[in-house]
Design a protein around this ligand. Sequence first.
Ligand SMILES: [Zn+2]
Length: 410
Amino acid sequence: MAVARRTARDIRSDSRLDVLHAVLSAAEITRNELVQATGLSPATVATVVGELITAGILVETKMSVGLVGRPTATLGMNGAGGRVVGIDVAETYVRAVLFDTALNQLGFVEVERDEHFLTPELMVEAIGEALDMVLEQERVARDDVRGVGVSLPGLVHGSAGVSVLVPHWAWRTVDLDHLRERVALPLVIDNPLKAIATAELWLGRGRFCPNLVTVNLGTGVGAAIVLDGQIARGSTNSAGEWGHSLLALDGRECRCGRRGCVEAYVGAPGILRTLSEIAPDHPLVAMELQRDVIGAMARAIESPEPDDAVRETIARTAYYLGSALADLVAVVNPQAVTLTGWTAWALGAHMLPAVREHVAAQSPGQSADALELELSTVKGNSVATGVATIALERFLADAGLITTRIPIAL
Ligand SMILES: [Zn+2]
């Protein structure tokens, strides 16, 4: 079997990535602290920091003078190095988020989409419009944009090229070319799970856990999987579709056409179905929008007035989620599992203790003994943040500073 040999260039690139990840997660850090955080030698840290300062990626933010010795410089990311945009494309909205090159969020716009009109032409226009709007709103010249990242659900890399496979979207490679023309800036495109995995690697638990799963809980459900510090993509970039793995044989119908998928129980519509099974006449069952119901459930559980139906729904959802996670943990054997997505933000804290118990009780052997199960620490919309991070990674790769780990050349 051929083993990929790491070249001197790869090692230098890895050192730069280690330093960048450490600076990003610490916000401000000294060279000595970088040596501690990365395990690199002081000489390597000094060289790499020098290169990144010369390239305008890092800056010395302040000098502090101790009682003895020379003044110590504090390092940070150079936010003045330009702008990057992350765009999260969903069925019901397109959200464009503007970041500086230190990945600080500066502003965003959200364009509502009518989910019944999803032709590629209209979606390309909505993406272009959201980009134009956020640049105008934040008064950013296009010349200052270092990269744009677009997250498209269902983006896969098949033998016929890259395409978008969402049942009623049916995008082809040619439509992605139209998107490139409309954006007319350096562009990367990836799917949401890979965006979330990147955000977790650069800004979240991934810095400390080379084997990690981040579960995205929203309308749909997926797992962003990081193995040995690398994002697991699979042969067609569709690894992580855990939402359509089996939780209950001959169980609830899923929108994918199968029965008993994880998503049919822990996706937002699945949670609402559980509530309607427990209390068909509960006032929340009649609410129209998923996001409103999940938000109302969070308020109900936090309120001093007991709402037994909501409490029971959350307990059952924790049981479903813990049971499904036990399988995932058994297969992947991660050090940590983090939860993200709008359902996780609303209900995650209320479910975590019970989910931990169910995972521990159902995982085979000792696979979950040392497992850390937490909410993700990545702030804001992790899909937009992640795909902006991929755009920044591509910019750094094009500048010759790192070897990109993005296999999709889009
Ligand atoms: Zn399914």
